[in-house]
Ligand binder design. Structure first.
Ligand code: NDP
Length: 444
């Protein structure tokens, strides 16, 4: 048994109860095999794989808050500071009932490689809570966010750990958390990203993950002889990433025909009306089932089904494990050319392999959705300078970073005789820089 397999075995035994984390580690290790083989004795002596799979620290805490009826409610808060070899911890806060330590560890582990891929000096971390903002009043959300930050503020800071948004954490939640941090610590600093424009936010941050996904997808398609223009695009999700992915896909000439939320999905063969979707999701915080009121000719279906639609490009932008093997088979049968992940780990390992074996261009989230964290790092730079850059300036930087990431992962895959395997390319390119820094820092 080689070094990689031995460490994978140890991690599997030790964390058998953390399936999402194990899925992420298995996927990364599998594609790093050739890189590790080249340096096996050094990496083994320095325990690189053991260290890279064990977070620097994991913070878990009680979050008590009072609901509108006066009752005390209790959630669990998490912050996993995974690896700060190349910069302060950076990664979002997820507020969703499905959050547990396994989910936060998988996201934190992926974040280490993603952040490295951006080329910017940011380490990896992730956090959140099993609190569900859905159906809560503004006052309840504020009470939760203030209580959450009352504990979290002891562990974060502009130069140590800079959280951001994720599922369930949008501009409203970031605002409440920033207010509480400022109040307790007495510091006005860039401790969170995704902030409002009036208090240190960056232009383009709202759009960044979705737009960045499309900048990368466009470059990928161009390098394979076409572009988004004229393509049918299937998008899942109806949150921040999905909405702005759809917007940029349309601006580039694509026709977006689907979106989904956790209850169901819409199919609009004439192309989705994004103004209607923004009103439903961003203004009214309502369900996608409302969409047919705006567009009577569109279809709304309960449950899953986005990937059954014929499309050229598929962009999963909702959550982990939402594109499974049967979905991959359906997409291939319908002639899909490219699948680029807007969400984190939306495609199962089995589905990923099937797509790759059937000649589909597949780019994993850690590369394709890195535009969000990259723009967060640009927000940190602006906060440090105490300056704000224009929309066009940030957008141009984002475009440059995303096309750079595509070529970086393409080159890394080719260097190890895996041309076109962007999963391997992303892991190899992200890993190399982090390991270099870890080796330089010695045993820590
Ligand atoms: P949002 O909360 O804004 O939107 C998430 C969307 O996915 C919603 O439409 C939600 O439906 C749907 N969804 C969530 N959970 C499930 C589920 N279990 N089953 C089906 N649908 C679900 O989150 P974001 O758009 O910010 O994040 C989406 C993905 O992108 C996540 O994987 C996130 O980690 C990743 N990501 C986000 C970044 C960002 O900048 N925001 C950066 C990089 C990655 P509903 O409305 O019903 O809740």
């Amino acid at each position: 048994m080689g070094y990689t397999e031995r460490v994978l075995e140890q991690v599997r035994k030790k964390y058998a109860y953390q399936p999402e984390f194990l899925q992420a580690v298995s996927e990364v290790f599998e594609s790093l095999e050739k890189v590790i083989e080249r340096n096996e004795s050094l990496y083994e002596k320095e325990a690189i794989l053991e260290r890279i799979t064990e977070p620097d620290r994991q913070i878990m805490f009680r979050v008590p808050w009072v609901d509108d009826s006066g009752k005390v409610r209790v959630n669990t808060g998490f912050r996993v500071q995974f690896n700060n070899s190349i910069g302060p911890y950076k990664g979002g806060l997820r507020l969703h009932p499905s959050v547990n330590l396994s989910v936060i560890k998988f996201l934190g582990f992926e974040q280490v490689f993603k952040n490295s891929l951006t080329g910017l000096p940011i380490g990896g971390g992730k956090g959140g809570s099993d609190f569900d903002p859905k159906g809560k009043s503004d006052r309840e959300v504020m009470a939760f966010c203030q209580s959450f930050m009352t504990e979290l503020c002891k562990y974060i800071g502009a130069d140590t750990d800079v959280p951001a948004g994720d599922i369930g954490t949008g501009a409203r939640e970031i605002g409440y958390m920033f207010g509480q941090y400022k109040r307790i610590r007495g510091l006005y600093e860039g401790v969170l990203t995704g902030k409002g424009l009036s208090y240190g936010g960056s232009l383009v941050r709202t759009q960044a993950t979705g737009y960045g996904l499309l900048y990368l997808t466009e470059e990928l398609l161009k390098c394979h002889g076409s572009g988004i223009d004229g393509k049918i695009v299937a998008v899942s999700g109806a949150g921040n990433v999905a909405i702005y992915a759809a917007e940029k896909a349309m601006q580039l000439g694509g026709k977006v025909v689907t979106l989904s939320d956790s209850n169901g999905w819409i199919y609009d063969k004439d192309g989705v009306d994004l103004d209607a979707v923004k009103e439903i999701k961003e203004v009214n915080r309502a369900r996608l089932s409302e969409y047919t009121k705006y567009r009577p000719n569109a279809e709304y279906h309960e449950g899953r089904g986005v990937w059954s639609v014929k499309c050229d490009v598929a962009l999963p932008c909702a959550t982990q494990n939402e594109l499974l093997i049967d979905d991959a088979k359906e997409l291939v049968k319908n002639g899909v050319q490219a699948v680029c992940e807007g969400a984190n780990m939306p495609t199962s390992i089995e589905a990923t392999k099937y797509l790759q074996e059937n000649g589909v261009l597949f780019v994993p989230g850690k590369a394709a959705n890195a535009g969000g964290v990259a723009t967060s790092a640009l927000e940190m730079s602006q906060n440090s300078e105490r300056l704000s850059w224009s929309f066009d300036e940030v957008d141009a930087k984002l475009g440059g970073i995303m096309t750079g990431i595509y070529h970086n992962i393409d080159d890394a895959a080719a260097e190890y005789d895996m041309k076109g395997n962007y999963v391997a390319g992303a892991n190899i390119a992200g890993f190399a820089k982090v390991v270099d820094a870890m080796l330089a820092h010695g045993a820590c």
